[in-house]
Design a binder for this molecule. Structure first.
Ligand code: CP
Length: 321
């Protein structure tokens, strides 16, 4: 039975899957319908696993910046769906790393071998550059402090799984809102769902103005806070983030790293069904005793990454599924 039986059908006619052969670079390119299609597919694949949707597909998974969850959940998704993977977890041993080959030449070669490319890079815009020369779809697995669209899909999936809805969610983003690409992408996506957003960060790690301007333009209510306790009773989701060590010099990092540390005591006034999400890795911003509270959901969130990435890859590589 096709995964999307009935969903991609209008008046009995099959519709073309709108994500087929599309690059997945930035949330701003997604309509609400695209997001709903990915989420619907991900929920279906969680309920009814498939092992054939990437049969005969070879996918390049190229990471120029470190990763545990994103790389391994993409590779898990590919293998569970019957596809095959080539790539590297670190470019140091490639001809780019060893011999000075250009990024664009490297991308041209790898995308000539594969049916799709997944790329993470420390430079903003790298995935877009790769997509510009690639004959196959490119999926951004995180580019510098810019965007992380597949993380957004697993975050939305997890919010819907825990709250039963995406509309009218109250969410606090806490920590490094300046460099945290996951909050940039997720804020943009939630603006399609009338979210109420609380921004909690040190002043020097505030959400970039261009994102605030975008939220204002979309009519989204947000407020800026330095105190986490004051927003706790109001929120459905607490989205914690790590201060991104790799984007600071050591002195500045030491100054900022422990500004917000979540303990069970801070959760005293939380709503009963409030859930804590975190893209992970965490350093010290959530103490381990929070893991045992009913609010902790970040490990299940990371596990959901496989279903979100299965959905993205299936839709990008199959006209009908
Ligand atoms: N959430 C996330 O991007 O984790 P990794 O850096 O381990 O991939």
């Amino acid at each position: 039975v096709p995964v999307l039986a009935g969903f991609l059908t209008v008046k009995g006619q099959n519709m073309t899957n709108p994500l087929f052969q599309k690059d997945i670079i930035s949330i701003s390119e997604f309509s609400k319908d695209h997001i709903e299609l990915i989420l619907k597919t991900a929920f279906e694949l969680k309920k009814n696993p498939r092992n054939d949707l990437l049969k005969d597909k070879l996918i390049g998974v190229t990471f120029f910046e470190g990763s545990t969850r994103t790389r391994l959940s993409f590779e898990t998704a590919i293998q569970r769906l019957g596809g095959r993977v080539i790539g590297f977890p670190d470019a140091a041993n490639t001809s780019l790393g060893k011999k000075g080959e250009t990024f664009m030449d490297s991308m041209r070669i790898i995308t000539s071998y594969t049916d799709a490319l997944v790329i993470r890079h420390n430079k903003e815009g790298a995935a877009r550059l790769a997509a510009d020369i690639s004959p196959v779809p490119v999926i951004n697995a995180g580019d510098g402090s810019n965007q992380h669209p597949s993380q957004t899909m697993l975050d939305l999936f997890t919010i819907k799984e825990t709250q039963g809805r995406l509309e009218d969610i109250s969410i606090a983003f806490v920590g490094d809102l300046k460099y945290g690409r996951t909050v940039h992408s997720l804020a943009e996506a939630l603006s399609l769902y009338n979210a109420r957003i609380y921004l909690v960060s040190p002043e020097s790690l505030a959400m970039p103005q261009y994102i605030l301007d975008d939220l204002t333009k979309r009519g989204i209510t947000f407020s800026v806070h330095s105190n986490l306790e004051e927003v706790m009773p109001k929120i459905d989701i607490l989205y914690m983030t790590r201060v991104q060590k790799e984007r600071f010099d050591e002195t500045e990092y030491q100054h900022l790293k422990s500004k917000y540390i979540l303990t069970p005591e801070i959760l005293a006034d939380a709503k009963e069904n409030m859930k804590i999400l975190h893209p992970l890795p965490r350093i010290d911003e959530i103490v381990s005793s929070v893991d045992d509270t009913p609010y902790a959901y970040y490990f299940k969130q990371a596990a959901n990454g496989v279903y979100a990435r299965e959905a993205i890859l299936s839709l990008v590589l199959n006209k009908e599924i």
